[in-house]
Ligand binder design. Sequence first.
Ligand SMILES: [Zn+2]
Ligand SMILES: [Zn+2]
Length: 646
Amino acid sequence: MIQITLPDGSIKEFPKGINAIDVAKSISEGLARNVISAKFNEKTIETTTALNENGSLTLYTFNEPEGKKAFWHSSAHVLAQAITSFYPNVKLTIGPAIDNGFYYDVDLGDDTISEKDFIDIENKMLEFARGKHEFKMREVSKQDALNLYKSQNNQYKVELIENLNDGEITFCDHSDFTDLCRGGHIPNTSLIKAVKITSAAGAYWRGDEKNNQLTRIYGISFPKQKMLTEYLELLEEAKKRDHRKLGKELELFAFSAKVGQGLPLWLPKGAALRERLENFLKKAQKKAGYEMVVTPHIGQKELYVTSGHYAKYGEDSFQPIKTPKEDEEFLLKPMNCPHHCEIYNNKPYSYKELPKRFAEFGTVYRYEQSGELHGLTRVRGFTQDDAHIFCTPDQLDTEFKAVIDLVLYVFKSLSFENFTAQVSLRSKEKSDKYIGSDENWEKAENAIINAAKEKGLDYVVEYGEAAFYGPKLDFMVKDALGRSWQLGTIQVDYNLPERFDLNYKGADNQLHRPVMIHRAPFGSMERFIAVLLEHTGGKFPLWLTPEQVIILPISEKYQIYAEKVLHLLENSEIRALVDDRNEKTGRKIRDAEMNKIPFMLIVGEQEENEGLVSVRKQGEGDLGTFTINEFISKINNEINSTLEKF
Ligand SMILES: [Zn+2]
Ligand SMILES: [Zn+2]
């Protein structure tokens, strides 16, 4: 018999050789029907893999990311099978599962695949899927693996295999189709009930522009037709909310090929919006005891060698900047932390002066391949709402809670209600890759879990997801379409204080290492504004939106009165403008609605005579007439109700 530990901590005995599906059956038939993948001792296994030792087992259904991964990975095999049936000379390369679906990179030689072929591929995939073929893993020797792909003249797979060690090479067979694969499949193909090929695009082998160009075929699949229909509807809605489209329409930001790819240009309205967001956070941070600092956009290469960032970003990012002086090299900063460590090092601290909280809206630069760039979410230069807290290990608890309070305040003020948190801890097994003492790790991990609990966060704990330098807490926000985005992050760091030799004098008069916390509630201004755009569809909270009010005189005669209303609003710090175009009122209202301006004030003869405004709310319609002062208090009340006090 072997002992299997389940995620709830319960331990059950099973005969040696049992598999994941049978363990599921022992829990419930319903679960067994839905289980599509499993992990044993943190390693992905097949649902049919015989379990021969004690260990912990996690079962996944399509509802979990791990389940989806197995489902889409398996679907990629079926996609490759379908492509091979249409193009017998195709050379398959790699085909991983991604966040939403899967792709396969193929070398089609002189052939091409275009949108009109998609339906045939989908139908062929479904035909194969209906065959209810099991995915079976088998070990192969390196020589046999090479022989197979050499016989197919597939230099890509040969290259992959050459980089593998004999004894760790496996093939997956299903039906009469074989592929090089590490495993992690659903039980059989018949679970794939709905398939959509979403696009085909060029991609270089290993992402390197010097290599052959391949065709990347993207698809997505589901265990139910209804899920595909819903997904496609969501996709349509997402297109409308695409931040790149909205950013252009609302004149927030632009890109210029001359300036360079991935380098956003903030237009006046977007820059003003950013400034409001920054001021909002600065105000809250000030109350929370942060001090603003400013550091340069570059630093000596040596600085990043010390911090370890050069090893991480150096080769693969922007190359060092040379100066006329020999051997002098600077780097565009990929992170603000090293600079802040040196600010801490500027003077000695006693424990009584800690914590120190240094904040900066710091712009950083990281090279991303042009194919990876995406609107404001993947860029080459971005500004983090960064801060570093230097504290004693005993202060970690309080500091962590205070940072969570700040993050929650930010999310609430921006109406992000649907968020979850992930606590990333050390893996339970191997602990040698982590820097810092066990005692400190324990302290930090407990501090994070306690803080998450006490603040009532909806959180999951992931073992083995911590960085080597410390545990962390990430906030994931769901946008209006249910898509998850990682935004705010709080990370404990034992590494940089070590590397920069940071210390403080303790009560015992000895020098001690402070703990460092990295935190960014927005993450980056670029990414945050992108997510906010997609979350709100461009309808920002009233306190943040570029124009809060538009005044619409019904004819030129009321222009002067409109200007008077404008001045009164501006005196009360309300952002307003007058639509003085020679257009019909109906047209002006439609345009204001489309530009998502929250309030429209219509002014004509009656309004001018009685000192009134007729108020329309965007998306809601007529609210009736108000005196100007009444309207000003109404709008201020609304702002205050979303922007609570911190
Ligand atoms: Zn596979
Ligand atoms: Zn940092």
